[in-house]
Design a protein. Structure first.
Length: 364
């Protein structure tokens, strides 16, 4: 008995795979992937004409003919294709290759029973969270140390520091047919811009938004902006900037979604300068050449979203904006220009949505 006990120490106890019920009567067993249809005529012909003498030989262990065809079909290198002797062989290699962290593998209590077999055979720790009453996976059971998802509250808390993560733009352009005698279009547009700015905080407050203090940044000196709303605005219209950028910014807190958003107010002329003129964000990015080094921080292929943004940025850098027709009322393709500012600051300005019913200087 002592010898037997000593021998058993060196024998791994594994619960064997038990196949599903295998009825012996003439039925199609779907649980073993039996096919209700016979082989195609072409397959039957190949089988009849096959040289059975080849069965004496061991098949190509690398299955190069098969992997070559698969690689060509999927557009990958041949060494990127792995084939196994059935799915269980592939599963075995996956368990051996990927599950070496010491942390448990999670799979449902009711699933393919070979998962448990491989885990026990290779001494991989595992847990089997139970399905619910409808036999659905309870996703929260899988939010463990080895793969957690932050809650919505946590995400919002992390994003709350970005006050301009969501930005809306109001572009004012007073049609010439509505100008007062002797009034210039830009002056009229600025006048209406400030009129909108005066009522915007109250208008949005009634709809669940709270204006945030600008903390004295770019405090407006314009007599067209009411004193009671001045503390909320960052006024880039008053005064001058090196590249002529002008805009009126205000930040609101959305009490419903518990997030911040920025609203920018500009005239058409200001917007053209900001988007395609000397103050455009593309030029702003060109002046930050050191930031381009961030391409090296995230290697190509590691993040498809960054790769797409970087490719878009390189296209933007090669554009000659002066040769493009991107006037807000006549642009054919704004998609590449207007959100170019978002490439290196994590911010996206949506393409223009014209709120004015006047698309030109005449009444239709």
């Amino acid at each position: 008995m002592a010898v037997r006990a000593e021998l058993l120490k060196n024998i791994r106890q594994v619960e064997p795979y038990v196949p599903g019920e295998q009825p012996q009567n003439k039925v199609i067993k779907l649980n073993t992937n039996e096919n209700p249809y016979p082989p195609a005529p072409g397959v039957e012909r190949v089988l009849r004409e096959m040289d059975t003498d080849r069965f004496r030989l061991y098949p190509d262990p690398a299955a190069e003919e098969l992997t070559g065809c698969l690689a060509e079909y999927y557009g990958v290198d041949q060494d990127q294709v792995f084939v196994g002797v059935g799915s269980d062989d592939v599963l075995s290699m996956c368990f051996l290759t990927f599950f070496n962290s010491g942390k448990p593998v999670l799979f449902p209590d009711i699933t393919y029973s070979f998962y448990k077999v491989w885990a026990e055979l290779y001494k991989i720790p595992y847990e089997t969270p139970a399905l619910d009453e409808q036999f659905h996976i309870v996703k929260e059971d899988y939010y463990r140390e080895n793969g957690t998802y932050p809650s919505v509250a946590e995400l919002k808390n992390k994003l709350s520091c970005f006050r301009d993560f969501i930005a809306y733009r109001i572009v004012v352009c007073m049609p010439r047919c509505h100008l007062k005698p002797g009034e210039e279009q830009e002056q009229a547009s600025i006048r209406y811009l400030y009129e909108i700015a005066n009522v915007l905080p109250g208008f949005l407050e009634e709809r669940g938004f709270t204006a945030e203090s600008a903390q004295g940044v770019k405090l407006s000196t314009s007599d067209q902006l009411n004193d009671d709303v001045k503390p909320y605005y960052r006024d880039y219209i008053c005064g001058t900037s090196e590249y002529g950028y002008q805009s009126l910014h205000i930040t609101f807190y959305d009490n419903s979604s518990r997030s911040y958003m920025e609203v920018q107010l500009r005239t058409q002329k200001m917007d053209d300068i900001a988007e395609i003129g000397p103050a455009n964000h593309l030029g702003y990015e060109k002046r930050q050449q050191d930031e381009r080094a961030r391409r090296d921080v995230i290697p190509e292929g590691e993040c498809v979203y960054f790769d797409e943004a970087y490719e878009r940025g390189m296209k933007l850098l090669s554009l000659e904006l002066a040769d493009l027709d991107v006037n807000m009322f006549s642009a054919v393709n704004n998609s590449l220009i207007n959100d170019g500012c978002g490439l290196f600051r994590g911010r996206l300005i949506l393409p223009y949505e014209h709120l004015s019913r006047f698309q030109n200087d005449v009444i239709d």
